[in-house]
Design a protein around this ligand. Structure first.
Ligand code: 76R
Length: 280
């Protein structure tokens, strides 16, 4: 049969990079025992090797970041989080999982599509200086220059971590989507910027207490998925996830305006360990 004229062009995936930042994809699979049992031993063995290869950050064509995890509870068995400048690289990962020998044994039950961003509430250097003044540290105070200077030094690295994050070497990860509500009694989007900004400043102050125990990545999904943000938390120990989510619920920005989707708790594993743990 003659190939359609567009076939050659279709081989080269289009590049749809963002102006800045990365695309992000969370995938949650459950193991389908019927699909698994219909594979021969040889097919299954080959499928395991294929899946390990697909999930490996070092394999050819791998996204800039890819991480596997073992999901607790009925909502999933295997979690995959991946990030890349090109959304087609992320979709290719999803299609490779589907197309490998184990694809028929893995049901994609839930996914979340988002992009990295620098929140509009991250203070600029001027806004940071203004805040110091409001809080009583004026330009005459030696602490003022030191604090502004230190902020100026750390802001580029902080912004780069928000846009092009490194995954921390923590063993536990929690993922959930969230919105800021638009109810008549509490509408985040009708609050003036100054009030949203001061609530987000309270939020940041309460979050920073978890530095070293929890690392957070907020990815934006307005227009990309059914929720406004994806929250990815990584923690040194499982109880820190509970503590941070509980404590931050008392922030005005959460207590009054946030609503949450399903929570997925999972444990980071190498592709080999994930595959062997899942008994696939
Ligand atoms: O990026 C920054 O660190 C600057 C300060 C900051 C912003 C702008 C910050 C800090 N967050 C910001 C924005 Mn956050 N965050 C959440 C959740 O469970 C909940 O209550 C909500 C889920 C957690 C756990 C969390 C943790 N944050 C946001 C936004 C975007 C809002 C917008 O644009 O309208 C959301 C949806 C959101 C949600 N946040 C922190 C944390 C932690 C731990 C910090 C301190 C991190 C640090 O600075 O080291």
């Amino acid at each position: 049969m003659n190939r359609p004229p567009h076939a050659a062009a279709a081989q080269e995936p289009p590049r749809i990079d963002l102006k800045e930042g990365w695309h992000c994809l969370h995938l949650f699979y459950t193991v389908d025992p019927i699909g698994l049992n219909s594979l021969s031993d040889a097919e299954r063995q080959e499928g395991r090797e294929q899946l390990v290869q697909i999930l490996s950050p070092d394999s050819e064509g791998a996204p800039k970041r890819v991480q596997a995890s073992i999901v607790s509870g009925h909502k999933g068995d295997l979690g995959v989080m991946a990030m890349d400048p090109n959304p087609m690289t992320l979709d290719a990962l999803q299609q490779k999982i589907r197309a490998c020998n184990l694809g028929q044994a893995l049901t994609l039950d839930w996914s979340f599509v988002s992009i990295t961003e620098i929140s509009e509430y991250v203070p600029t250097i001027d806004q940071y200086a203004e805040r110091l003044k409001r809080e009583g540290t004026g330009p005459d105070d030696p602490a003022y220059q030191a604090k502004v200077g230190a902020y100026e030094q750390r802001l580029p690295a902080m912004n780069s971590q928000r846009l092009y994050p490194d995954f921390p070497a923590f063993p536990v990860t929690s993922f959930y989507p969230m919105n800021k509500i638009r109810d008549p009694h509490a509408n985040w989007y009708t609050e003036p910027f100054s009030s949203r900004s001061s609530m987000m400043s309270e939020h940041a102050t309460s979050g920073i207490k978890f530095a070293g125990r929890v690392s957070q990545l907020i990815t934006a999904s307005t227009g990309f998925d059914d929720w406004e943000w994806g929250v990815t938390l990584w923690a040194r120990a499982p109880e820190y996830i509970k503590e941070i989510v509980y404590e931050m619920r008392f922030d005005q920005a959460s207590a009054k305006y946030a609503e949450f989707g399903p929570f997925y708790i999972s444990y980071i594993a190498s592709p080999e360990d994930a595959v062997s743990h899942l008994l696939i």
